[in-house]
Write a protein that binds this ligand. Structure first.
Ligand SMILES: Cc1ncc(COP(=O)(O)O)c(C=O)c1O
Length: 438
């Protein structure tokens, strides 16, 4: 805050398509989709209309013992587009709560359905995982900077190394490694499955870790291992869901159906806070019983199933279908790859990762040794500030520059984003760096 207070504040007043417009009327390309939520652009007519029409009916009524048409229709629509076998929908408000719910459901499921399986009350997750900022979600996350201060509040978990190929924890190289990083995971599952309620994973892309992309086949293998050791697979598709990876959901690239799936962010096309945790009939049935059995899942939020959020989420799914968003995205994904390819030659680009319409550029002080920039150099921030001056909004993750624009971004807009990105990386990395010794 101390440094932010000294910067010129940027106050966004309006938006249109891929652009955000500040209080001085300056236009910025939205290179982060407003933190990974916007899909079809700002002020999309169909989404605006859906929200306004619902507002003429009712803004909110609760889901406690009641329901509402948008919540019902949205649940039906979701079941049609998610991985096959996920048939039940539990609403909440944001990605973190969707994850909390998945964790609590998993623990309660094992208590109710398979008491003989023992107290399965902890989780396996990957190092560098990020699943949200609430205490349960932080417990299954592992980003030192976000988590270290709260360690005393967190429940114990099992952790495994992530498939971070650029900085492979096993010092191996893909594909000759044959995904040896899966071996320690199998060991943990074998040894600790009796206490593991689930394995929570960000499928295909560990987003807040710096868009770490997992090699093909990795997720499928995790699914097989979870099935083998009787541990629920929880897919956190909060960042990857709704087309970002090139398919509607990341799990669909590998034909994987998780036991529980958390979605939010793109669920409403970036319009309203809304989330859902989806699950299978098997898990749903575990919670059925007479009132006195108290199998109830005691979890609910005031705004659960909010009709405005559900109405706009429904319109979001309709736009996907009407506009053939996913089909039209494929050439853009290829263009993004082609435009970014020359970045590999830049002197401070250590790694370039892309999965679908998500790209990340890991800047390093020294490519030969993969030496990271020191924290105080704030290299990612410098790039973002330069890009902002040139009319592109970015939100770096440390020294990883993320480009994750709305799926509706046009080819000329994409080209402009990449041009600015290159100019800003050049400007920031070629200037002397505090503490970077260059
Ligand atoms: C994979 C993943 N899970 C959960 C969350 C938390 O979502 P929210 O910020 O809506 O609580 C995020 C947010 O970035 C995320 O990337």
């Amino acid at each position: 805050m101390q440094e932010w207070e000294q910067e010129e504040p940027l106050i966004i007043e309006r938006g249109k398509g891929t652009y955000l417009i500040d209080t001085d009327g300056k236009r910025y390309l939205d290179g982060t989709s407003s933190i990974w939520v916007n899909l079809h652009g700002h002020r999309h007519p169909a989404l605006d209309r859906a929200l306004k029409q619902q507002l003429d009916k009712v803004a909110h009524s609760s889901l406690f013992g009641l329901s509402n048409p948008p919540a019902i229709e949205l649940a039906r629509a979701l079941i049609r587009i998610v991985p096959k076998g996920l048939t039940r929908v539990f609403y909440s408000d944001d990605g973190s709560t969707a994850v909390e719910i998945a964790l609590k459901m998993a623990v309660q499921y094992w208590q109710l359905r398979r008491p003989e399986a023992g107290p399965k009350n902890t989780f396996l997750h990957l190092k560098l995982a990020y699943h949200g900022d609430t205490v349960g979600a932080v417990s299954v996350g592992n980003i030192e900077l976000f988590h270290s201060r709260f360690k005393s509040l967190l429940f114990p978990t099992a952790e495994a190394d992530p498939p971070y190929c650029y900085r492979c924890p096993l010092s191996l190289t893909y594909p000759s490694c044959q995904m040896a990083c899966l071996d320690p995971i199998e060991r943990i599952l074998k040894e600790r499955h009796r206490e593991l309620a689930g394995f929570i994973i960000e499928p295909l892309v560990q987003a807040a870790a710096g868009m770490l992309t997992s090699p093909p086949g990795y997720l499928k293998r995790i699914r097989e291992l979870c099935t083998k050791y009787n541990v629920l697979l929880i897919a956190d598709e909060v960042a990857t869901g709704f087309g970002r990876t090139g398919k509607m959901f990341a799990c669909q690239h590998e034909g994987v159906t998780p036991d529980l799936m958390a979605i939010s962010k793109g669920l409403t096309g970036g319009y309203m806070p809304l989330a859902a945790t989806l699950t299978t009939e098997e898990i749903y049935k575990g919670f059925l019983g007479r009132y006195a059995d108290f199998k109830t899942f005691f979890h609910g939020h005031s705004y659960t199933g909010n009709p405005l959020g559900c109405a706009v989420a429904l319109a979001n799914i309709v736009v996907f279908q009407k506009n053939k968003t996913l089909a039209r995205l494929q050439p853009k994904i290829k263009t993004m790859a082609r435009l970014l390819q020359p970045f590999r030659q830049l002197p401070h680009v250590g790694d370039l990762r892309q999965q679908g319409f998500i790209a990340a550029i890991e800047l390093v002080q020294d490519c030969a040794t993969k030496t990271a920039y020191p924290l105080e150099a704030r290299m990612g921030h410098r790039v973002a500030m330069d890009a902002r001056r040139r009319g592109l909004l970015l939100r770096p993750i440390g020294n990883v520059i993320v480009l994750m624009p709305p799926l509706s971004t046009s080819l000329p807009e994409l080209r402009r984003m990449v041009e600015i990105l290159q100019a800003s990386i050049d400007t920031a990395t070629l200037l002397p760096t505090a503490g970077a010794g260059s």
